[in-house]
Design a protein around this ligand. Structure first.
Ligand code: SF4
Length: 359
């Protein structure tokens, strides 16, 4: 199958054109000053949900605080989260610290793709990026940009919304990646997707690999990549709060016996129309059952897709003080401990939030 996608390509010429262009346009970024795998790992994790320009000041501050895995491994929660504040998705920071601890225990940064993939929070894309950039290993690093460029260059009509499609693209990239300079090749593909081969109106006339591009030749670049979209889905904005009391118990509510997710349990959750600040609304809702709201922390934004609806959840963790453990607002609401939480059927959308928070 892979052979079919690349048979039109003069692989050597494609590599040369891409790499030559990459060295011409390459930006000076703080994580490119050397090939330190730790510095590259930090940059790749930070860049996962954030733009390059936003990441730069965070990255520089983070590297000053934690110049090596040793300092990061020893970081306390407060310092770590403070350094990450504003980037969101705090599990990324905790995973990075966990990786730093693993690296310290190993006595040094792992040097193979397989070992790098075992680090906490490191998926196939990040492992490929670190392996190729830091160690010159010809491993594919397929992100959204690479999906787009390679789907067009090789006319791949596989649906990139499907998880199994990643394997198809990884196989294609593995076949065409430069073994002499996999770092520049992977970064070149990413850069091309970010700047030239953009989702809408790609700048084909300026493209360094235009002569290799099957979609350009056939005039079908606008049809690729294929990404199915869920149709007719109603979006609902929600505020979800994991409320924990001084006894270590969580506030949960049992959903009605009929309708969506009937009889499942959920954290405090309500539709949000932007009428007031979410924190204000949370305090209002909790005041009848809590003596004191001690701390409210934003966990992050989460999306959960059902067949006909999408929940967009702004999620919080809240520390409260209650008078009695059985003090609740409604019959369907209760306090349950950590052990019970594992047993109760919690809606999957909220499990995601709990998992993110616990990581
Ligand atoms: Fe993308 Fe156009 Fe270049 Fe093909 S020729 S890779 S579609 S920018």
């Amino acid at each position: 199958m892979t052979q079919n996608y690349t048979e039109h390509l003069d692989i050597q010429a494609f590599q040369n054109d891409l790499i030559k262009w990459y060295y011409e346009v390459k930006r000076d970024l703080p994580w490119r000053i050397n090939r330190d795998p730790y510095r590259i790992l930090v940059s790749e994790i930070m860049l996962q949900q954030t733009q390059v320009v936003t990441v730069i000041p965070y990255y520089e501050r983070f590297m000053k605080l934690f110049p090596t895995t040793k300092e990061l491994a020893e970081a306390d929660d407060q310092t770590l989260l403070k350094a990450w504040e504003g980037l969101g998705y705090y599990s990324r920071a905790r995973n990075l610290r966990e990786s730093a601890r693993m690296i310290e225990e190993m006595g040094g940064f792992p040097t193979t793709h397989e070992e790098i993939l075992k680090l906490k929070g490191v998926g196939p894309y990040t492992a490929g990026a670190v392996s190729s950039i830091a160690f010159g290993i010809p491993a594919p690093a397929v992100d959204g940009n690479v999906f787009r460029v390679m789907s067009r260059v090789c006319c791949i009509f596989e649906d990139i919304a499907k998880a199994k499609t990643r394997k198809v693209f990884e196989a294609v990239v593995s076949e065409v990646i430069s073994h002499e300079d996999p770092s520049a090749f992977n970064q070149g593909l990413m850069e091309l997707g970010a700047t030239i081969c953009t989702p809408k109106s790609p700048k084909c006339l300026e493209c360094p690999v235009q002569k290799h591009c099957q979609a350009f030749k056939e005039g079908i670049d606008d049809l690729l990549p294929v990404k199915t979209k869920a149709n007719n889905q109603v979006k609902t904005k929600l505020v979800v709060a994991m409320v924990k009391n001084q006894y270590g118990e969580y506030l949960v509510n049992k959903r009605p016996e009929t309708g969506l997710l009937a009889n499942f349990y959920e954290f405090l959750s309500f539709e949000y129309a932007g009428e007031k600040e979410p924190k204000e609304l949370l305090i209002e809702k909790l005041s009848p059952i809590c003596e004191e709201v001690k701390n409210i922390e934003l966990v992050g934004m989460f999306t959960h897709v059902f067949s006909h609806r999408i929940w967009e959840m702004e999620s919080y963790f809240i520390d409260v003080k209650t008078r009695y453990t059985d003090e609740v607002a409604e019959d369907s609401t209760m306090w349950i401990n950590n052990e019970q939480l594992k047993d109760y059927p919690l809606v999957a959308a909220h499990q995601k939030i709990l998992k993110e928070f616990n990581q």
